[in-house]
Design a protein. Structure first.
Ligand code: ASP
Length: 329
C-alpha cells in the first residue's frame, strides 16, 4: 500500500466515525463520479462556520459529491440551517431586533464574480435564495428591507412568521433587564458562512444570519456585504466571517483575507492577519469576537478568531469533522 493510499485509508477510518449513514452508503458511488485528491489538491470540499456547519455541509455534499456545482451546494447547504426553528441565529427562529422583529441578512457569490445579497429582510425563511435571485434575476447586487421583501414575494416566496415562541420569550426576558442597546457578546453571534470548491475546481460562498441579537431596528451587519462577510475570487480562494459585523466591515474583512491568500498566505495565516488587524484597531477586545474562515483554490483551508471558541465544519470525501480554530486570545 502506498503512503498516500495508507493515509487515505486511515483518514477514511477516522472520518467514518463521524460520517452519517448517507455518506457511508453513497461513498462508493461518489468515488466513481468525482475527481479525487490529486497531489496536494483536495476537491470537492465544503467548509462552514460553527457546529451547525455539520448538517449544512452534509446537504451541500449531496450536490458536491455527485459532481454538482459549488454555487448550488452553498445555497442548499445553508438553507438547512435557515429552515431550522431551533437555530437562534439564522433564518426562522433567529433572534429578533430590539423591537421584536426578525430581520435577516444574506449573500452569495460564485466563481464568475457574480454576487447577490439581501439585508434587513423580514418574513422570508430563505434569504439565501432571495440573494441568489437578486444575483441571477436583477442587474443589482443588494436589495434591502421592504424592497427585498417585495422582490421575494414577486419571485414566488411565501411570507412566514419568523419569530418563534422560544425567541419571543427570550426577547421579552431581555427587554426587562436590558437597555435599548445591542448587546455585544460572543454567544449572540452564530452566522453560517459556507465556502465550497467543487469537482470542476470552481469556488462559491454563501453567508446568512439574523445578525446581532436585539440590534437596533434597521441595523445591517457584515453578512450581506460582499467583501466583508463573504468574498470569492475564483483565481485565489474564498473567505467568510462571523462575529461582530461592524468590525468586519471596518477592515473589509473577507476581501482582505482573499488578498492575503493571493499574496501566497495559507488560509489560516490570512485569517490570522485579518484578526490581528481588528485587534490592532481596538483598544479593548475583551467583549469582541470575530472569526474568519478561508478556503483556497487547492482545497486548503483554515480559520482564526479573536477569542477561543470559534469552530468550523469540514467535509471532504474522506471525513466530516469539526475543527477548533486557533485564536489570538
Ligand atoms: N456577523 C453577524 C453580524 O454582525 C453576526 C454573527 O456572525 O453572529 O450580523
Amino acid at each position: 500500500m502506498t503512503a498516500r493510499r495508507k493515509f487515505i485509508k486511515q483518514a477514511s477510518l477516522l472520518g467514518g466515525l463521524l460520517l452519517s449513514p448517507f455518506h457511508t452508503h453513497h461513498k462508493k458511488h461518489i468515488q466513481k463520479n468525482v475527481q479525487k485528491t490529486t497531489g496536494t489538491e483536495t476537491r470537492p470540499i465544503v467548509i462552514s462556520t460553527w457546529k451547525h456547519g455539520l448538517p449544512a455541509n452534509e446537504a451541500a455534499w449531496k450536490i458536491l459529491g455527485e459532481g454538482g456545482a459549488a454555487l448550488d451546494a452553498v445555497e442548499q447547504g445553508v438553507r438547512v440551517i435557515e429552515a431550522d426553528p431551533d437555530n437562534g441565529s439564522v433564518g426562522i427562529g433567529g433572534r429578533p431586533d430590539r423591537d421584536g422583529i426578525v430581520t435577516l441578512d444574506a449573500c452569495i457569490m460564485d466563481q464568475n464574480y457574480r454576487c447577490g445579497a439581501v439585508a434587513c429582510l423580514t418574513d422570508i425563511v430563505h434569504p439565501i435564495t432571495v440573494a441568489r435571485y437578486v444575483m441571477e434575476r436583477t442587474p443589482h447586487v443588494l436589495l434591502v428591507g421592504e424592497g427585498a421583501l417585495q422582490f421575494a414575494l414577486e419571485n414566488g416566496m411565501k411570507k412566514t412568521n419568523l419569530l418563534t415562541k422560544k425567541s419571543e420569550q427570550e426577547w421579552r426576558k431581555w427587554l426587562k433587564h436590558s437597555q435599548y442597546q445591542p448587546v455585544i457578546n460572543i454567544e449572540n453571534h452564530d452566522t453560517i458562512g459556507m465556502l465550497a470548491l467543487d469537482a470542476s475546481g470552481h469556488l462559491s460562498g454563501s453567508c446568512t444570519t439574523s445578525g446581532m441579537a436585539y440590534k437596533l431596528h434597521g441595523r445591517v451587519g457584515d453578512s450581506p456585504i460582499i467583501g466583508a462577510g463573504l468574498y470569492v475570487d475564483n483565481e485565489v480562494g474564498a473567505a467568510c466571517a462571523t462575529g461582530m459585523g461592524e468590525e468586519v466591515i471596518r477592515i473589509a474583512g473577507s476581501a482582505i483575507v482573499v488578498e492575503l491568500m493571493r499574496q501566497g498566505k495559507h488560509p489560516e495565516e490570512a485569517c490570522r492577519i485579518a484578526v490581528e488587524r481588528i485587534i490592532s484597531r481596538n483598544k479593548d477586545v475583551s467583549h469582541l469576537q470575530v472569526g474568519f474562515l478561508a478556503l483556497n483554490k487547492h482545497g486548503e483551508y483554515g480559520g482564526y478568531s479573536i477569542h477561543k471558541g470559534f469552530n468550523y465544519a469540514v467535509q471532504t470525501l474522506d471525513s466530516a469533522k469539526m475543527v477548533d480554530a486557533r485564536a489570538a486570545q
